[in-house]
Design a protein around this ligand. Structure first.
Ligand code: SAH
Length: 396
């Protein structure tokens, strides 16, 4: 019999609702002696089976749940089925499987594989583990991916702080196959984009913004565009390709801007300038100079990493929006992105309302958007819907 994790009374509801994270505080006791990463059954106080998951005594998430069907082992065949479901969405349903494509093949809880992220960049895959149980199974998971997708190489990327959170020591390294070439690139909506898969932010690129970039590009023709927090060029490159009059990209990372410049060059986009600066300072400077833009994109990093950080994060978002409204001309387009899962769409809209009223400007929301469909939202895990992108218009 596999070890059993018994819940405290009245703590079963979220897991009957198929939320995958069992925090230590919900656990009454453990029967048996599971090692970290071992399979366990989660059972109610009355002893009824709820789900099967992987145990980790070193994590606040004591058990991650993967299967709600009794008697189904979390073996190779199980993970193969789950990965096949994830691949099927990207390849059969979304038809993202084109040569040189970049997309997220598997997105952790979004694909019912808590702790496993797989991205495809052309002929390479990156794999990221945020759960000890799956990190332990990395050679098996890598093998499934190799058999099914035949990549030239698989690169392991690690998230900062994961060693401390999960008690697993991982390092960025080539997991299998050939190392990615220094000029690795993907094609996204007709743009060739260089990807630094070994050292770039995230796993090399912000794949989740693909459709939002395209949506914003549609509104950029003939406009002067400010792309704040531009990373490797993202929104700004799309805007330039869509016929923007002029694009200014701002980012604090010099390495990201090197890629951005290369991306502009290889796509033959010349009306685009990149500035290596702190966005808060640089936008204030632009305001002081009386500069005006037809489109302002705000795509800052995650400001709120935990609940305690939310008030300070809101101040940051507020400040950015205050500056953006000063820079936007009449009929201008404001793009507000927020990837802090702890801040909701509603809170972002409320903030926009307050900032607009303070600035005495009328603002209309044109589109409420999320991440692209290769970053789906699991209905049983609302945390998977982390990205918000509001496109609004300054009426006057
Ligand atoms: N818009 C990009 C993704 C942005 S990610 C895209 O479409 O791909 C957030 C970016 O903000 C990172 O590139 C990071 O280097 C940058 N950044 C973080 N803090 C910053 C600051 N205070 N000023 C300028 N850039 C900053």
């Amino acid at each position: 019999m596999i070890p059993r994790v018994i819940l405290k009374p009245k703590r079963a509801q979220p897991f009957l609702g198929r939320h995958p994270w069992v925090f230590a505080g919900a656990v009454d006791r453990v029967e048996g002696t599971p090692a970290d990463g071992d399979e366990v059954e989660l059972v109610s106080t009355a002893g009824h089976f709820i789900a099967r998951g992987l145990y980790n005594s070193r994590s606040k998430i004591r058990v991650r749940l993967y299967c709600w069907q009794e008697g189904v082992p979390l073996d190779r065949a199980f993970f193969q089925r789950r990965l096949e479901d994830a691949i099927s969405l990207r390849h059969k349903t979304l038809r993202l499987n084109t040569p040189d494509a970049g997309y997220r093949m598997c997105f952790s809880e979004s694909d019912y594989l808590s702790g496993l992220i797989v991205d495809r960049y052309g002929e390479w895959l990156t794999i990221q583990f945020t759960a000890l149980g799956l990190a332990q199974r990395r050679s098996m998971l890598g093998e499934i991916l190799r058999e099914r997708l035949s990549p030239r190489g698989i690169y392991l990327r690690t998230e900062k702080g994961i060693g401390r959170l999960e008690g697993v020591e991982l390092h960025d390294e080539l997991l299998w196959g050939e190392p990615p070439p220094p000029d690795l690139s993907i094609v996204e909506n007709g743009l060739r984009l260089f990807i630094n898969l070994a050292e770039g932010q995230k796993t090399g690129y912000y794949l989740d913004q693909r459709d939002n970039r395209a949506a914003v590009a549609r509104l950029c023709h003939g406009k002067r565009v400010l792309d704040a927090f531009c990373y490797s060029g993202g929104f700004g490159l799309y805007a330039a390709k869509a016929g923007a009059a002029e694009v200014l990209g701002v980012d604090a990372s010099a390495t990201a801007l090197q890629l951005a410049k290369l991306n502009a060059q290889v796509n033959g986009l010349s009306d685009i300038t990149f500035v290596n600066a702190d966005v808060f300072h640089h936008l204030a400077e632009l305001v002081e100079r009386g500069e005006k833009f037809g489109v302002v994109v705000l795509d800052p990093p995650k400001f709120a990493r935990n609940r305690a950080a939310v008030p300070e994060a809101m101040k940051g978002y507020r400040r950015l929006h205050q500056l953006a409204l000063k820079l936007l001309e009449r009929d201008g387009i404001l793009v507000s992105c927020c990837c802090s899962g702890l801040i909701s769409m509603l809170e972002l809209e409320e903030l926009l309302g307050q900032v607009a009223v303070d600035a005495r400007r009328d603002l209309q929301i044109l589109e409420r958007r999320g991440a692209a469909a290769d970053h789906p939202v699991a209905v049983t895990c609302p945390e998977t819907g982390y990205l918000k992108c509001l496109i609004s218009r300054v009426v006057d």
